[in-house]
Ligand binder design. Structure first.
Ligand SMILES: Cc1cc2nc3c(=O)[nH]c(=O)nc-3n(C[C@H](O)[C@H](O)[C@H](O)COP(=O)(O)OP(=O)(O)OC[C@H]3O[C@@H](n4cnc5c(N)ncnc54)[C@H](O)[C@@H]3O)c2cc1C
Length: 474
């Protein structure tokens, strides 16, 4: 049962979506020849596509070219867990990083995104399985119990306590029976969706709106000049403004390398077993995540499957992104084993597929946005740290404002004005992160098994926080 499942083609979500004509088409052929445009967008994930959407909303006359190396949604935007959250779960770190006033402003601003994404799907006929059922953070070992108390205290202080609901172990079991779950905290303002349907639906709507999308068109060279020039294998795009929405692939760009790094996140999905979900009482549609630092995240699908993931995994030193981020047999098998440990009542239900993707990590665990170039005409947004489905919607608004040089409330948010702490340079960086990540996971695994954590593991696991990063345990 815990053998590695078959590798999904990019992800099971994309397989499901691309089988349907409304998500597969229309065609978006590769760029052939040179062209000029008002705005060129690099990357066809949520960030690039929401930016195109908000630019068209604000300035319908703009000509926009979007260049995607693979297919739109082929990266993490079509492979993720589909948790569509704001930042309520980040409250403690946000107050530490930005201060109370800026943290509150960010929370209130992004608070609109899950509901707006649902409304957008409705208005545009995109059936992305949008389900607004809340986000349940659960204790999976005694060290997690009550760890939400400080969040609740802060929420009380800031007047946002109604966003959170502490749950007893019994209340958690009523929502989803698992022998691994203790008490928890429910965040009301959260939804989940079929991520690839959202990505492909966005793509269709943008093409309808006249955005010129070129898939299978990698940007091979980019000049942050004014105008900006994006070279591709069979043509170049010259544009007044450029937006970089390349997620983890931007990590090795000179400007971003000090402040972001890459980790892997891997998922499996079971075959359908709605009757077992019924017996577990997990029929309310809520998404569930563990309170581990190396987080387990899980949700159900419309046809009664469990989709289950584990973050903070690295196939190697993460010095580049290769096929192991799409699928790594050992890591996917590990995720499958964890699924059955948390949900033993699914023993006997086979895993249908597994896959992975690169996570773009910032030291704040929050994304950051800004403009570069002598004329400030190259704009970027990255570093979502595994929480980009909801935040990339706000990211699109911010990047549209930056590209329009609007100088408005979006461009003054703290995720624009504050840049994350720099990661140490090589040769410390890659091995250091691999070792710290392994220690964090080992600590979490030992605690989940009710075992003693040796002081060396604990020391290394806590090192990132001691060095000022919002990563790993406190
Ligand atoms: C397994 C997994 C589970 C996740 N689960 C969740 C979750 O449940 N909730 C959540 O909020 N977040 C989750 N995330 C994170 C979330 O998916 C990302 O934060 C989000 O998709 C980022 O969107 P993006 O558009 O910035 O980047 P991406 O989706 O990475 O898009 C970047 C695009 O750029 C393209 N590209 C790369 N190089 C080039 C080039 N040279 N030229 C042109 N195009 C290029 C890529 O092909 C890609 O399509 C998860 C991620 C993974 C991998």
């Amino acid at each position: 049962m815990t053998d590695s499942p078959r590798p999904a083609r990019r992800s099971w979500w994309l397989e499901e979506a691309l089988a349907l004509p409304e998500f597969a088409g229309p065609e978006a052929p590769a760029l052939q020849g040179d062209t000029t445009t008002d705005v060129v967008i690099l990357g066809g994930g949520y960030t690039g596509m929401w930016t195109a959407w908000f630019l068209k909303e604000r300035s319908p006359e703009l000509d926009i070219v979007l260049l995607e190396a693979d297919i739109c949604g082929g990266g993490p935007s079509g492979r993720n867990g589909g948790f569509c959250d704001g930042w309520w779960g980040h409250l403690r770190d946000m107050v530490t990083t930005y201060g109370e006033a800026d943290a509150l402003e960010l929370l209130m601003t992004i608070g609109h995104s899950p509901a707006e994404i649902g409304a957008w799907c409705e208005a545009n006929g995109v059936d992305a399985w949008f389900t607004r059922a809340g986000d349940l953070a659960v204790a999976t070992n005694p060290t997690h119990e009550g760890s939400w108390a400080r969040t609740l205290e802060l929420a009380e202080l800031l007047g946002i306590a109604n966003e959170y609901e502490p749950l007893t172990p019994e209340q958690v079991q009523e929502r989803c029976a698992s022998p691994a779950f203790g008490g928890g905290m429910l965040i009301h303002d959260a939804a989940n969706l079929q991520p690839a349907r959202l990505a492909r639906g966005l793509r269709r709507v943008l093409i309808d709106r006249g955005v010129r999308i070129f898939e299978h068109t990698p940007v091979t060279r980019f000049g942050p000049s004014s105008p900006a020039i994006a070279e591709t294998p069979a043509g170049r795009v010259t544009a007044a403004e450029a937006v970089i929405g390349l997620g983890a692939w931007a990590t090795w760009w000179k400007d971003f390398y000090p402040r972001t790094t890459v980790r892997g996140s891997y998922m499996v999905v079971t075959e359908p077993a709605p009757e077992r979900l019924e017996r577990m009482g997990w029929t309310g549609g809520e998404q569930i995540r563990s309170l581990r630092s190396s987080i387990h995240y899980t949700r159900t699908t419309r046809d009664g499957r469990i989709a289950f993931g584990l973050g903070g995994l690295q196939p190697d030193l993460a010095r580049h992104i290769d096929h192991r981020y799409d699928y790594d047999r050992r890591l996917v098998a590990r995720v499958g084993r964890d699924l059955y440990r948390l949900f033993p009542s699914f023993e006997g239900v086979p895993l249908e597929a597994g896959w992975g993707g690169p996570i773009n990590v910032s030291g704040f665990t929050m994304p950051f946005f800004g403009s570069r170039g002598r004329h400030g005409n190259v704009h970027y947004g990255l570093g979502y740290t595994g929480n980009g489905v909801g935040p990339s919607h706000l990211g699109g608004k911010i990047l549209a404002s930056l590209a329009l040089h609007a100088g408005d409330g979006f461009t003054r948010l703290a995720v624009v004005t504050k840049t994350p702490k720099r990661f140490p340079p090589e040769p410390i960086r890659s091995p250091g992160m691999l070792i710290a990540n392994a220690a964090i996971r080992r600590k979490d695994d030992l605690q989940d098994r009710r075992r003693w954590v040796d002081p060396i593991t604990m020391f290394i696991a806590r090192l990132p926080r001691r060095l000022g990063f919002n990563l790993g345990p406190r």
